[in-house]
Design a protein around this ligand. Structure first.
Ligand SMILES: Cc1cc2nc3c(=O)[nH]c(=O)nc-3n(C[C@H](O)[C@H](O)[C@H](O)COP(=O)(O)O)c2cc1C
Length: 291
């Protein structure tokens, strides 16, 4: 839930022909993460934002000697002095962050294909999903994490300052695609009881999407499906993966709306040989595309 910011500091700095306001505000996000506070330091010319610095308490790990509020106040002092001395030079050396622009295609259905095997069973499930969506007049695309440039999440929590990750790689495109979709489908094998590494990278990096939703008060939702295959026999082989995928979905406003779990693949080898599986997948997708 959004809370009004608390003003910690406000200083007027007169300059030739104009005046600047240096403002330090504190925003409380403790309803999302216990103790999370974001500090926002702004330089305004009238109502126009000219420079900004943001930091939050979760950026500073237990062994760090740094502290968010102290950093923000120290920065405010330094900015005040620079602005007084030479405002023009200050503005040149503190440009506003440029908005990120991503090249991506917006589709109704986004499929995350988690297997590194491009010709495996998860790929077949992904292909079936796309066909079903298209038969329903929907657009669909498959994202293949193992083929994308995705740096692992380093847990810096800086995405909670801006809504964007510090790494500018293919995740911008992934997040924009997920945001625009009405249905997100994960097609994935079980690897060591959970999802394969490439898909896990993508899931962890969606933390920036969680941050973006929080900071922009975006409460939009979409539906999510899980189609999974496991080598061993028994539905207990999906328990960890299922919990992981559901936690991932809920974190991003994706409502888990159905699943098809296929065990015993070491014996079966090819999902296409399983009687009526394709129809089961189709039914699940059809239901999730209903209004
Ligand atoms: C590294 C690795 C780990 C796996 N771990 C599990 C597991 O924990 N439980 C399981 O039932 N199957 C496991 N499997 C088997 C796969 O889930 C199974 O082969 C699946 O059908 C592969 O899907 P794909 O054809 O989409 O690649 C593992 C396979 C690999 C390569």
């Amino acid at each position: 839930m959004y809370m009004m910011p608390t003003e910690l500091l406000r200083t007027e700095i007169p300059a030739i022909d104009t005046a600047y306001t240096l403002l330090l505000e504190k925003e409380d996000y403790s309803d999302v993460y216990p103790g999370m506070v974001r500090y926002v330091l702004s330089v305004l010319e009238g109502t126009v934002l000219r420079a900004v610095f943001r930091t939050n308490t979760y950026e500073y790990a237990p062994l760090s000697t740094l502290h968010a509020e102290r950093i923000a106040r120290a920065r405010a002092e330094a900015w005040q002095e620079s602005l007084r001395n030479d405002p023009q030079q200050f503005l040149v050396t503190h440009p506003l962050p440029r908005p990120r622009v991503f090249r991506y295609s917006s589709t109704d259905v986004v499929v995350l294909q988690g297997s590194p095997r491009g010709e495996g069973n998860s790929s077949i499930l992904a292909e079936w999903t796309v066909k079903c969506a298209q038969d329903k007049g929907k657009t669909a695309q498959v994202l293949f994490p193992h083929d994308l440039d995705i740096h692992h999440c380093i847990g810096c929590y800086q995405c909670y300052n801006t809504g964007y990750c510090i790494y500018d790689d293919d995740m911008g495109m992934v997040i924009s695609s997920l945001h625009d979709a009405t249905l997100v489908v994960l097609c994935t094998p079980v690897y060591t009881m959970t999802v394969p590494a490439g898909l896990k990278l993508l899931m962890d990096r969606c933390q920036a999407y969680h941050a973006k939703r929080l900071l922009s008060q975006d409460t939009s939702t979409r539906r999510g499906l899980l189609f999974s295959v496991a080598g061993r026999t028994g539905l207990d082989n999906f328990s960890c993966l299922e919990a992981t995928v559901h936690a991932y979905m809920r974190n991003l406003g994706i409502r888990p709306s159905g699943e098809v779990l296929v065990d015993g693949m070491d014996r079966v080898q090819d999902v296409r040989t399983i009687p009526s599986l394709r129809e089961k997948v189709r039914d699940t997708i059809d239901k999730s595309l209903e209004p």
